[in-house]
Design a protein around this ligand. Structure first.
Ligand code: THU
Length: 136
């Protein structure tokens, strides 16, 4: 059955599948590719680890930085690709960071084996704190 909301993420998933190859994850070995659709444009990110482990950056937030730097603000969809056994959901910190720009965003995660899950960001971060709480 075709679902427009999900079909629209195919180009995003393709971009995330390519991005995962560029991940820098020598410490965890857990490579993550992310792609965002924002203001109708696509940007990607990968996780970037560091020998000082806590400095490591998640793919989703690396992609958010690229999105903002490209002048894009309205986040519509997020795609994540990993080689994990189950589709990887964004970590808690990334959920909060994504919320800032995409309260309506959908999140789709796929494994390299082809398992897929889709959520709304609101499902992943219920009762979120956001710009509205600061009257922004
Ligand atoms: N990671 C992401 O890039 N995104 C997620 O949603 C989950 C975790 C990265 C951080 C770290 O480089 C590696 O995966 C293992 O936690």
């Amino acid at each position: 059955m075709s679902d427009p909301a999900v079909d629209g993420v195919e180009p995003l998933l393709s971009a995330a599948r390519l991005a995962i190859e560029r991940a820098y994850a020598p410490y965890s070995g857990f490579r993550v590719g992310a792609a965002l659709l924002a203001d109708g444009r696509l940007v990607t990110g990968v996780n970037v680890e560091n020998a000082s482990y806590p400095l490591s950056m998640c793919a989703e937030r690396v992609a958010l930085g690229a999105m903002v730097d490209a002048g894009l603000r309205r986040l519509e969809a997020v795609a994540i690709v990993t080689a994990a056994a189950r589709p990887t959901p964004p970590c808690g910190a990334c959920r909060q960071a994504l919320w800032e720009f995409g309260e309506q965003a959908i999140v789709v995660s796929e494994t390299t084996a082809g398992l897929r899950r889709t959520w709304t960001l609101a499902e992943l971060l219920p009762d979120a704190f956001g710009p509205g709480d600061l009257d922004r």
